[in-house]
Ligand binder design. Structure first.
Ligand code: CA
Length: 224
């Protein structure tokens, strides 16, 4: 799950970003409305956390602009003001929910989960290939019904592979999505993580799901 956080107060942005990463979300951060709009238009997000008071373009304007462009990603507005008028303005501009600052992180998480769940009612909560299951909402992974403990990076990597089952995923795609940076071609960080993941997912199972495509990358599939 990939979330865009648009928040100009660095301390709050860092706090939210760190908390969400611990909960295995992929997080991009923008510190002003203009950059937020730009990122929201070019990247596919599952959710946008949008502060109202922002430099350059304010949150309400960002929201309106995204809806005008038919980007229907769920938006949770973060507002410092506890005024009914602001909430109504926010919701009228196309936001799905709002949360008043200051808030408890648990409250933010609960709202995020609720929005993601609502968004996914007609989609799926669970990704499945062979007997491997991944729950997109509580981030639980099971193989043959048995729970598998993954680190945050391993989870994000596996979720990415499972969202692109039967497609070759290059190292560049993985480094951009999971690490959000380009590794030079000699780096073996990805291969090391794939090895860990294989050990947890495939080891001891007759059917191997993670396959290496020599010179290209990896593919998650249910056969040789
Ligand atoms: Ca602000």
């Amino acid at each position: 799950m990939r979330i865009l956080l648009v928040e100009d107060e660095r301390k709050i942005a860092n706090f939210i970003e760190r908390g969400l990463k611990e909960k295995k979300y992929v997080v991009d951060v923008s510190h002003d409305g203009e950059d937020g709009l730009f990122k929201a238009e070019i990247n596919p997000y599952d959710l946008i956390l949008l502060d109202v008071m922002l430099p350059k373009v304010d949150g309400v304007a960002v929201c309106k602009e995204l809806r005008k462009k038919k980007i229907d990603t769920p938006i949770l507005m973060l507002t410092a003001r506890d005024a009914v008028k602001d909430r109504i303005t926010g919701l009228n501009s196309g936001a799905d929910d709002y949360l008043n600052k200051p808030f408890a992180f648990e409250e933010l998480l609960a709202r995020i989960r609720a929005l993601l769940r609502r968004q996914r009612t007609e989609k799926i909560d669970e990704l499945k290939i062979a007997d491997l299951e991944l729950n997109l909402l509580n981030h639980e992974v099971k193989r043959s019904g048995k729970s598998i403990e993954l680190t945050n990076k391993e989870y994000i990597l596996l979720e990415y592979l499972m969202m692109h089952t039967n497609q070759v995923i290059t190292r560049t795609m993985i480094s951009e999505h999971v690490w959000k940076e380009d590794f030079n071609s000699l780096s073996n960080v990805i291969d090391v993580h794939i090895r860990y993941l294989r050990r947890k997912i495939d080891s001891g199972h007759k059917t191997k799901l993670i396959h290496t495509i020599r010179g290209s990358g990896y593919i998650l599939k249910d056969s040789q």
